[in-house]
Design a protein around this ligand. Structure first.
Ligand SMILES: [Zn+2]
Length: 178
């Protein structure tokens, strides 16, 4: 299903939370130099689950930023679980440089999502990364207003925010409060 480069998949409706998912964060991949202009490379992405921080995992990647794609693959015990590409895009940041984004690869109600998002999520038992809206994700903590307060306080308190940090904060705002 969804062979190499085919790029589109269906998904099954199931109520899950952000905390149940592995997150692919464009800002994080930029920090790790995986997303940067002219990068054609391969390697492994390592991470732990968002809130619990436990059970670190990893998947293989191949990146070609000139061609604007990130290939993700995962083998368990020699059996291939998934292998597909996610389309990338960039926007110019007002303070210079470029911000990387994913194009959500999922199909919902027979329509490609195609949303430009800073984060993709993969349910623990799932194969495909998709956007928060496609997976209809909620937060277990139900503490969104406090999260927003803390982000705004950090923005207000800082007169010289590091550009990557600022992009990360903007991403949190746009991703969590669309
Ligand atoms: Zn989507």
């Amino acid at each position: 299903m969804g062979g190499y480069g085919s790029g589109r998949w269906n998904w099954h409706d199931k109520r899950i939370t952000v905390e149940d998912c592995m997150q692919l964060d464009a800002i994080g991949l930029t920090r790790k130099n995986i997303l940067r202009p002219g990068r054609v490379d391969s390697g492994t992405i390592h991470w732990s689950y968002s809130l619990s921080g436990k059970e670190a995992s990893s998947i293989g990647f191949e990146v070609n930023t000139p061609a604007l794609w990130l290939r993700l693959r995962n083998c368990i015990d020699g059996a291939e679980r998934f292998d597909y590409r996610v389309t990338l895009t960039t926007t110019n940041l007002p303070w210079g440089g470029a911000r990387w984004w994913f194009i959500c690869p999922l199909i919902k109600d027979d329509r490609p999502c195609n949303r430009r998002v800073g984060k993709l999520y993969r349910p623990l038992d799932g194969r495909y990364f998709g956007c928060r809206l496609c997976y209809n994700l909620t937060y277990q903590s139900c503490n969104d207003s406090h999260r927003l307060d803390s982000i705004l306080a950090r923005l207000a308190a800082s007169t010289s925010i590091d550009p990557v940090e600022k992009a990360s904060l903007m991403d949190m705002l746009t991703d969590e409060y669309p």
